[in-house]
Design a protein around this ligand. Structure first.
Ligand code: GUN
Length: 303
């Protein structure tokens, strides 16, 4: 628990619980109607500690809402061709409604090639170029989980976005780039003016200080400091870096991209790490799986 006590926390854990409870109700009614319950599969390659934790939490979350889940584990010497063959098996398995390949992958495997091999209608991570392209075009799509989780969090916490200046720090394909696109969309839950900052941005602190909403997704622990945040701004911290900590049983502490102790007293609202954006990613992944199972975005063949 953070030693800093504030009353401006955006409790992503609670919001994620609410979303999971809503999903569980839908799953229960599918079950009662004798219909197939959604089935999510996850491919995990290797033994990266962070990835193991994420995937374990995803599988546990599936059980909690009544989904079926399958975890497929491979050693980190699996060849790219073998991994692509596994992806293809899942693509063609009618039991599986959606699946993810946990990133990062070992250096000898091209992640873009793997992502492109996933059938868009089963791409519940929303990483496939078809889903990204449809998102950019404003067409129905399976949206990437962390960006849509951020938008959902802002919406459910009543944070006004229309016309606000949002500064996104970090341009990754998983978070920074897609969240900057979503937040700029003409939607009730978005409609921001967005500035996307990255490692080559000049005057980063100055730009951040003009933000009504800061989204920190740069993967550098405690990068955002008090001098970068305007008093009253909303701060969304996407970072989850493991930093060695001999005082912890696990041997590490999870650090966000925001120096919470400095920034929380200034912000009008802030997400903690852990317990902010992280649980929302999982909730949105489950929501995408439910959508995929129902054929909401891409109608199921035969329906
Ligand atoms: N690695 C870090 N975040 C994610 C995610 O949301 N999905 C996948 N597949 N890998 C990740």
């Amino acid at each position: 628990m953070s030693p800093v006590q504030t009353n401006n926390l955006i409790d992503g854990k609670q919001t994620a619980e609410d979303i999971k409870a809503e999903i569980a109700i839908e799953v229960a009614s599918l079950r009662v109607a004798g219909e197939k319950v959604p089935h999510l599969a996850a491919i995990l390659v290797g033994h990266d500690g962070g990835s193991e934790t994420y995937v374990r939490n995803k599988v546990l979350a599936c059980e909690r809402v009544g989904f079926q889940s399958t975890l497929l584990r491979y050693e980190d010497d699996i060849s790219e061709a073998d991994l692509l063959a596994k992806v293809n098996e899942l693509n063609n398995d009618p039991e599986i409604d959606g699946f993810i390949v946990q990133l990062p992958l070992p250096a000898h495997i091209n992640p873009e090639k793997v992502i492109e091999a996933i059938r868009p209608e089963k791409d519940v991570d929303g990483f496939h170029p078809m889903n990204i392209g449809r998102m950019v075009a404003g067409l129905p799509a399976l949206l990437p989980a962390t960006p849509s989780g951020i938008v959902e969090l802002l919406s459910r916490w009543g944070i006004k976005t229309s016309g606000k200046h949002c500064v996104v720090i970090g341009r990754s394909n998983i978070v920074g780039t897609p969240v900057s696109i979503l937040l700029a969309k003409n939607l009730d839950t978005a409609n921001c003016t967005v500035t996307l900052c990255h490692s080559r941005t000049q005057n980063l602190a100055e730009i951040c200080r003009t933000a009504d909403i800061v989204v920190a997704a740069i993967g550098r622990p405690e990068f955002v400091t008090a001098d970068m945040v305007r008093p009253g701004a909303v701060v969304i911290d996407v970072g989850t870096t493991r930093v060695a900590d001999a005082n912890k049983k696990s041997g590490y502490t999870l650090k966000g991209d925001v120096n919470f102790a400095e920034v929380a007293p200034l912000a009008s609202a802030i997400t903690p790490v852990p317990g902010g954006v992280g649980p929302m990613t999982i909730a949105m992944l489950l929501l995408n799986t439910l959508r995929a199972a129902k054929g909401e975005i891409y109608p199921k063949s035969g329906s």
